[in-house]
Design a protein around this ligand. Structure first.
Ligand SMILES: CC(C)(COP(=O)(O)OP(=O)(O)OC[C@H]1O[C@@H](n2cnc3c(N)ncnc32)[C@H](O)[C@@H]1OP(=O)(O)O)[C@@H](O)C(=O)NCCC(=O)NCCS
Length: 161
């Protein structure tokens, strides 16, 4: 690719997820997870006004993050990068962006569940400061029955002005 062409590709940017994004989001969700969310789950999240971002480059969605916030606590509901563009920093950027949204809505603590088999996600969460605080037995559907969830938590520091 010529330097000129490389220069003309816009950098990925974040914007709120909207209903019209759902077919593209679902296409990624189905490629990225063995047990994907349905479109109805995403729609419910938007209707419930859960903060949700998409990361977009050149009009194409690269990934998304969804979080819920209530009573000073946030819950990471979904963080996902399209399989073809994983390993390029997009997941970390999305996670940081939804944590910032949670902070902006007054969250002091963030929780999430993750499959113990999901090493890339666990590595990302540890790296961003999450600690394991417990396990939910048989939480997820799995190929051979059920899989536990690791529960991880992060204390959010208030923004320094
Ligand atoms: C987890 C996920 C969001 C990470 O997104 P990504 O864009 O690939 O992640 P990044 O490129 O930002 O990497 C951030 C960190 O994640 C970890 N990571 C990413 N891919 C990894 C891999 N294949 N193996 C181990 N660690 C990995 C590393 O700690 C990495 O930091 P580093 O680059 O400094 O080593 C992505 O793998 C994904 O969408 N998976 C499918 C959906 C999913 O499981 N979501 C989490 C549900 S709990």
């Amino acid at each position: 690719m010529s330097a000129l062409a490389a220069d003309s590709i816009p950098l990925p940017s974040l914007r709120p997820m909207r209903e019209a994004d759902l077919p593209e989001v679902m296409a990624i969700e189905q490629r990225a997870y063995a047990f994907p969310w349905t479109q109805g789950v995403f729609r419910d999240c938007l209707l419930a006004n859960h903060p949700a971002w998409v990361l977009v480059q050149d009009g194409e969605i690269l990934g998304y993050g969804v979080i819920s916030v209530a009573a000073g606590e946030a819950h990471v509901l979904n963080v996902c990068t399209a399989p073809e563009v994983q390993g390029r920093g997009h997941g970390r950027r999305l996670l940081r962006a939804i944590l910032q949204l949670a902070r902006g809505r007054g969250a002091q603590r963030v929780f999430l569940e993750v499959r113990p088999s999901n090493k890339p996600a666990i590595a990302l969460y540890h790296d961003e400061g999450f600690n394991e605080i417990g396990r939910r037995p048989r939480y997820y559907p799995a190929k051979d029955g059920r899989e536990d969830a690791l529960v991880m938590a992060l204390e959010l520091l208030a923004d320094e002005d």
